[in-house]
Design a protein around this ligand. Structure first.
Ligand SMILES: [Zn+2]
Length: 77
């Protein structure tokens, strides 16, 4: 009877470890997919903040995050 109990504990432990390994695997694949979504991001020429290309303002051949930064022009960076 004691042997059966040890066997059940080992099986439960094995299932828990396998599930944990799978969860860690899916989490790592999610993090590798993030850079693909950042392809359309552009950097503000004034403050260097990243923003979607659709939200950027174009002024003097450079992209800016806000109307104010477009008016100020390229920053020190
Ligand atoms: Zn800016």
């Amino acid at each position: 009877m004691g042997r059966l109990l040890v066997l059940v504990v080992l099986v439960v432990l094995a299932v828990w470890l396998i599930r944990r390994a799978f969860r860690a695997h899916t989490r790592s694949t999610e993090s590798t997919e993030v850079p693909k979504k950042t392809e359309d991001l552009v950097r503000c020429a004034n403050c260097g903040v990243l923003l979607p290309r659709a939200e950027a303002r174009l002024a003097g051949g450079a992209l800016y995050c806000t109307e104010e930064h477009a008016r100020l022009g390229p920053g020190p960076r």
